[in-house]
Write a protein that binds this ligand. Structure first.
Ligand SMILES: [Zn+2]
Length: 138
């Protein structure tokens, strides 16, 4: 038996408020919701980081996120959703099983955009950073 709580939810060993159960992904409510309707979409396969996902699993994960974001928004009467992934322990990812957060949002909910979580400590020029990334991509 795995100790990964998301694998245990996927396998039905731990109860969760599941909203979608599909061949490649399972979506369920976060037990510590940031807002009503805070959904987590997880691949069935245990993978810690986005870059470790098989391409077909990545496709299924984003297709499910796309398909669920509208219904989650509409079910809660929200104005939009913030969709995000904490990718790696240093980012605040506490469960090492890839998961996409879909958080319903309202204009007056007091939360900021993704931009508001960063202190904007950039030190390098855009061309320098762009060249560095292109070199690694190859
Ligand atoms: Zn897992």
């Amino acid at each position: 038996m795995t100790s990964c709580i998301f694998c245990r939810i996927v396998n039905g060993e731990v109860p969760a408020e599941v909203v979608a159960r599909e061949p490649e992904v399972v979506a369920f409510l976060d037990v510590q919701p940031l807002a009503d309707g805070h959904v987590l979409v997880v691949p069935r396969a245990h993978v810690a980081a986005v870059e470790e996902l098989e391409p077909v699993a990545a496709d299924a994960l984003f297709r499910a996120t796309r398909r669920l974001s509208g219904p989650v928004r509409d079910a809660l009467g929200a104005a939009g959703t913030t969709i995000g992934i904490n990718n790696g322990a240093a980012t605040g990812q506490t469960i090492p099983h890839v998961h996409v957060h879909i958080v319903p949002r309202w204009a007056d909910d007091g939360a900021g955009s993704i931009h508001t979580i960063f202190p904007r400590k950039t030190r390098r020029s855009l061309p320098d950073v762009g060249a560095a990334i292109r070199r690694v991509i190859g």
